[in-house]
Ligand binder design. Structure first.
Ligand SMILES: [Zn+2]
Ligand SMILES: [Zn+2]
Length: 54
């Protein structure tokens, strides 16, 4: 089982406040966001299609 990581800062997604979802553009690569990056509105990037979202 692969560890989920924040796509923005690369931190492991443990505990609460984290989210993990599929890319809204290509629906493929999973994108993780930690609570801190969500809070700060850090952008994420899909490694598969290059989609960048808030
Ligand atoms: Zn993060
Ligand atoms: Zn994508």
């Amino acid at each position: 089982m692969a560890e989920k990581k924040c796509s923005s800062c690369g931190i492991g997604l443990h505990g609460e406040g984290n989210t993990y979802f599929k890319c809204p553009e290509c629906g493929g690569e999973g994108i993780g966001r930690c609570a801190q990056c969500r809070d700060q509105g850090v952008k994420y990037e899909c490694k598969k299609c290059g989609f960048v979202g808030p």
